[in-house]
Design a protein around this ligand. Structure first.
Ligand code: NAP
Length: 246
């Protein structure tokens, strides 16, 4: 599998923690050239230094995925530094969970901006280069929240299912020019739950996550698997959850 990673140029959003960070580490260790983005520059700098310390190839740029220009600049960095773009991993995501009657409009807007618009801006930044090359690979990190619908996760799941739908259309439009993979994680060890503002839901989610969540590397392994396939093989949808998750 590692040979399929060698020298692939991979942009990863949300690479300052959790799944994005684990993916950057695994792919760089396998010989990919990783270009990492997120808002916390200090985290990116430390991760880049760690990757470089074992001879890995990496570039980083402070990136807010709600800003289309930031995604364009992140992709431009990949093309300038590593002369192309093989894979765009749209991983940055947030969850502001609450019942809809609580009217957390700000939380809804944040999830729409980061999870939907952020992914679309990543796709928009990558596609011109993919069209030029005649090849490319979009990997969108979705969620099992969009598969098993439960209370308080309605808007979050809605944003993730928007990405699922967009991914499938993008795959059908490709006609062999690019590959599209959707990866839906269940509970994963990361900083994700700690960013939920609703205290009661954050605490309940954290308790569940502490009990059952699986390492972020489990998701990184799936990204590596999809990236490593020959160009004519498109891994469509992967669902990865703790074996005890209902
Ligand atoms: N953990 C889970 O249980 C779980 C389950 C299903 C799906 N997922 C999905 O997995 C993905 C990664 O989440 P994670 O679990 O690794 O959580 P995490 O540790 O909180 O990581 C989220 C990443 O997204 C970045 N991010 C958030 N807002 C951003 C913005 N506006 N611009 C750029 N980057 C932004 C964060 O970086 P900065 O704060 O530095 O910007 C961070 O690097 C998300 O799409 C999430 O929906 C997670």
């Amino acid at each position: 599998m590692q040979n399929g990673l060698k020298n692939k140029v991979v942009v990863i959003t949300g690479a300052s923690s959790g799944i994005g960070k684990a993916t950057a580490e695994l792919l760089a260790a396998g010989g990919a050239k990783v270009v990492i983005g997120a808002r916390r520059a200090d985290r990116l700098q430390n991760l880049a230094a760690a990757i470089q310390s074992y001879g890995g190839q990496v570039a980083w740029r402070e990136t807010d995925v709600t800003n289309r220009e930031d995604l364009q600049k992140l992709v431009a960095l990949a093309i300038d530094r590593f002369e192309g773009l093989d894979v765009m991993v749209n991983n940055a995501g947030i969850a502001q969970l609450s019942k809809m009657e609580d009217l957390d409009i700000e939380g809804w807007q944040q999830m729409i901006d980061v999870n939907i618009k952020g992914t679309l801006y990543g796709i928009a930044a990558a596609l011109p280069q993919f069209k030029k090359q005649g090849s490319g690979h979009i990997i969108n990190i979705i969620s099992t929240a969009g598969i098993a619908i439960v209370p308080a996760m309605g808007v979050y799941a809605g944003t993730k299912n928007a990405v699922r739908t967009i991914s499938e259309a993008l795959r059908q439009e490709s006609d062999g020019r690019w590959r599209v993979t959707g990866i839906s994680p269940g509970y994963v060890q990361s900083e994700f739950v700690s960013n939920i503002r609703n205290e009661a839901i954050r605490e309940a989610s954290q308790e569940k996550a502490d009990q059952i969540s699986i390492p972020a590397d489990s998701i990184a392994q799936a990204v590596a698997y999809a990236v490593s396939q020959p160009g004519n093989v498109d891994i469509g949808d992967i669902v990865i959850r703790p074996s005890v998750q209902g």
